[in-house]
Design a protein around this ligand. Structure first.
Ligand code: ADP
Ligand code: MG
Length: 821
């Protein structure tokens, strides 16, 4: 026998005894004699080096007297024995791997020259799943459908939930109203009809009694083929029915095979992991291959989060965490498991966040240090601007402007996100920053996502430019033709100080003479590329991003983790809450009366429709038709206007001007008015088919009213039929005007991916972490990561070498891509 064969003889019973949180320790007999005999054989092998001999002696001392140890002491012995055996088995160049794993997790400094070893470890983990015993091409393909291609993918394919099968009851002992587990043999199965509804029904029995299980919907044929009489299943579900006949509806079930007895208790008598399934790939199969991957490769995982951090936060080593996340130890609390809140899970989540935040910390440092313009602080022009404003800045506006000016004063590029609810007064702040840039002899540009919004900004900018003696220009797609070349020339020549525009601003033909500050309004509406393009016009201009979609803090921390954040959290004085109410179709008459009264009282109304023209959805009202109908049949005494996205730029201008001057009383609109429109007299907003809009969109739309003196209202028209989440959205709208609360709710309803809009969400895809569930850990990870980068700015210290390597593997290219955001 050679070294490996002997070692395997030792390892097998050791691993068996160690499984499932060492529950077999008590049962294993004769381990001491077996191991000592094997060690004798080992010692007589030729060619062992000194290290190997010392390992063997270590094992000898560990196992001498083993049979008489207490269970906890045996457990300790097995733990160290497993590590020593693994180490002995490792190829000489990998020999010290285990020590490194341990030392990395315990904060000891790993030796130098790690990348080579790390490489070996990564290579093992990135082997295809087919490398595992029992995984053939067919199974590999099924796993591939779940994006599980490598061993590492499989190790990180964590349970969706857990089932507590520590106690399996007899049918007689099942308690009503509880979620219980029993094993029963199918005695009958049939499809029955109850009032035209087909129900699949079986009876199952054990020696203590009979129970009924029912399925109201689902694939009856499949069920019928599954539950053939005589088969034994394990069932879990809530116990209902009567004392005469207990019943479970839609229980979870698993077939018990003949060979389950020696399957190592993966499926019963423990907390059992439940994975997300794919057709042809069942729980038991997944459990077995995961078990195998853990046994063969679990210890290969490296995650060199400094041990000092782990012990402070109570996080176990990563290999232990992974083992317990798949197969929780016997004593674990089932609710903690299902809340994904065990120490094991927290460690894995922390890992996700930690590397991400580490990347962010490094990136932020490098962006901050990007050379930029050092503007002199505000002078005469800015003073004149503040002097002529008809109001005083709010405390929040002063604070964020202070932050922006401090950034502008530094010789680095500014990279700041200004968040503030609709109407919180961001535009004034941006204007002040732009004037400061101009005062320093630079150009400033503001880019808006729509022409209407660009026009709106331009009106303001032009007014102030006139007062302050600056020159302003507007650049939009529809402003082509002869004028444009002139404007473009003036901008390139430096005759224009403030440039307002749409994405036309970032076209290649656009040249600036000395762009010093770029403001990007409603930045989430621009693609990553467009944002980067404006930032790269000219010599490193300072960049201010603005958004009226308040992004919940945890999300902002991940998506904009490398931006500095300023928040206007105070509304200008006199801003009244907008009273909001849901109306259903049959109350339409009343809604028209409300509109009539509002206009008679000097107000103006918006009516918003989700679509421009009748499309395949016949029940959807067509804004064009409705505008005609309202004008002719309902409000002949008022002027009804119509605006939508297909109108040309100057047509839109004309209509908006008409509404502003009150020539138009009611403006029917598609969602083109969504952002930034400022009509102080508009006091009533009616949103048709409100159930079809998303929450933040509803909030944006509503923000178009309530900007003036008058008390304002928002009416949400809706169908009777609507989804549960639509009902929830409308309720939130009725309950609050607070953009941040609304955003939090929106995030809860839709989840992070959809909330950000999937296409350019900039959301990192974490392996385990969920930013909604794990916000606290995100905070911790961020604090720790930033502190670490503070201490070791380029992660160049030898004890961080592994960390840097792992970081590059995990996030390398993605961090680079996200940089343009
Ligand atoms: P936002 O861009 O954040 O949606 P705006 O800058 O358009 O908000 O401001 C909304 C309205 O509030 C505008 O009519 C603006 O003139 C007014 N406003 C802004 N700041 C103040 C302030 N400090 N006091 C009073 N009114 C203000
Ligand atoms: Mg604005």
């Amino acid at each position: 026998m050679d070294l490996y064969e002997i070692l395997e003889m030792i390892e097998r019973p050791v691993l068996f005894a160690s499984r499932d949180g060492f529950r077999n320790v008590g049962q294993v007999k004769g381990l001491e004699a077996l191991v000592l005999k094997c060690l004798d054989n080992l010692k007589s092998l030729p060619g062992l080096d000194a290290a190997q001999h010392s390992h063997i002696r270590l094992l000898e001392s560990v196992f001498t007297g083993f049979e008489d140890f207490s269970v906890p002491r045996k457990t300790e012995c097995l733990k160290s024995a497993a590590a020593v055996v693994r180490d002995l088995k490792a190829a000489p160049q990998d020999r010290n791997q285990i020590e490194r794993d341990l030392s990395a997790d315990s904060g000891l400094q790993p030796a130098a020259n790690i990348p080579g070893e790390l490489e070996a470890s990564f290579q093992k983990l990135s082997q295809p799943v087919q490398y595992l015993k029992g995984v053939g091409p067919k199974l590999a393909e099924l796993l591939g459908r779940k994006n599980i291609c490598t061993i590492e993918d499989l190790l990180y394919f964590l349970p969706r939930r857990y089932e507590d099968r520590r106690s399996i009851k007899s049918i007689a002992k099942l308690r009503f109203g509880e979620r219980e587990t029993f094993i029963g043999t199918v005695i009958s199965a049939e499809i029955r009809k109850y009032r035209r509804v087909r129900v699949f029904e079986i009876r199952a029995a054990d020696e203590s009694g009979i129970i009924k299980a029912v399925w109201f919907h689902g694939a009856h044929t499949y069920l019928k083929n599954t539950f053939t009489a005589g088969r034994r299943f394990i069932f879990t579900g809530e116990v209902k029915g009567s004392p005469l006949l207990k019943e479970m509806a839609h229980p979870d079930y698993e077939l018990i095979d003949e060979d389950d007895a020696d399957s190592g208790f993966l499926d019963f008598r423990r907390i059992v992991p439940v994975y997300s399934e794919t057709e042809g790939l069942h729980q038991k199969k997944i459990r077995r291959i995961v078990r195998q991957a853990l046994d063969s490769f679990g210890s290969r995982l490296l995650s060199p989060v400094p041990g000092e951090i782990c012990s402070r936060l109570g996080l176990p080593p990563v290999s232990e965490a992974l083992e317990n996340a798949h197969f929780p130890p016997q004593e674990e609390n089932i609710d903690t498991c299902n809340n994904m809140a065990t120490a094991a899970f927290r460690r894995l989540v922390f890992d996700d966040f930690f590397y991400f935040e580490l990347g962010m910390a490094l990136r932020k440092k490098s962006t901050v240090l990007e050379k930029g313009i050092s503007f002199r602080p505000g002078g005469k022009l800015l003073e004149r601007f503040f002097g002529s404003l008809p109001f005083k800045l709010t405390g929040a506006q002063r604070r964020v402007l202070g932050q922006i000016q401090a950034d502008m004063g530094r010789p680095f590029q500014m990279n700041r996100l200004l968040q503030g609810d609709v109407g919180s007064g961001k535009t004034v702040v941006a204007l002040a920053a732009m004037i400061a840039a101009c005062e320093n002899g630079y150009q400033a540009a503001i880019m808006a996502p729509t022409e209407i919004l660009a026009n709106q900004h331009y009106l303001q900018v032009e007014k102030w430019a006139g007062i302050l003696g600056l020159k302003a220009a507007l650049v939009t797609g529809s402003r082509k033709g002869s004028g444009k070349t002139g404007t473009a020339g003036q901008i390139a020549g430096g005759d224009i100080d403030i440039i307002v525009g749409t994405h036309a601003l970032v076209q290649e033909t656009m040249k600036f003479r000395r762009l010093g500050l770029a403001v990007i309004d409603e930045q989430h509406r621009f693609g990553v590329v467009q944002r980067a393009a404006l930032r790269e016009k000219g010599g490193n201009p300072d960049v201010l991003f603005m958004t009226a979609t308040p992004i919940p803090r945890t999300l902002a921390m991940t998506v904009y983790a490398d931006l500095d954040l300023s928040v206007i959290d105070e509304a200008p004085p006199g801003k009244k809450p907008i009273r909001t109410k849901v109306f259903v179709e049959k109350e339409r008459g009343r809604v028209y009366e409300i509109i009539r009264k509002e206009i008679a009282g000097g107000g103006q109304a918006f009516i918003v429709y989700p679509l421009v023209e009748e499309s395949e959805a016949l029940d959807l009202k067509d804004a064009t038709n409705m505008a005609g109908h309202l004008q002719k049949d309902i409000f002949p005494e008022f002027k009804v206007g119509l605006i939508h996205g297909r109108l040309k730029g100057d047509e839109k201008d004309l209509i908006m001007a008409g509404f502003k001057s009150k020539d138009i009383n009611i403006l029917v609109s598609t969602t083109v008015i969504e952002v930034g429109i400022d009509i102080p007299e508009a006091s009533l907003m009616v949103i048709e088919h409100a159930e079809r809009f998303g929450l933040s969109q509803l909030h944006q739309l509503r923000g178009r009213v309530g900007r003036g003196e008058k008390a304002s209202y928002c009416i949400l028209m809706t169908d009777y039929r609507k989804t549960e989440s639509a009902t929830r959205r409308l309720k939130v709208m009725e309950q609050t005007n607070d953009g941040f609360k609304i955003a939090e709710e929106d995030l809860n309803i839709r989840g992070p991916g959809e909330f950000m809009g999937t296409r350019q969400s900039g959301l990192p895809d974490f392996r385990v972490a969920n930013i909604l569930r794990d916000g606290r850990l995100l905070d911790d990870a961020r604090t720790e990561a930033f502190a670490l980068v503070e201490k070791d700015p380029d992660l160049l210290r030898p004890e961080h070498a592994l960390l840097r390597e792992v970081l590059i593997r995990r996030w390398g290219s993605k961090l680079q891509l996200a940089k343009t955001g």
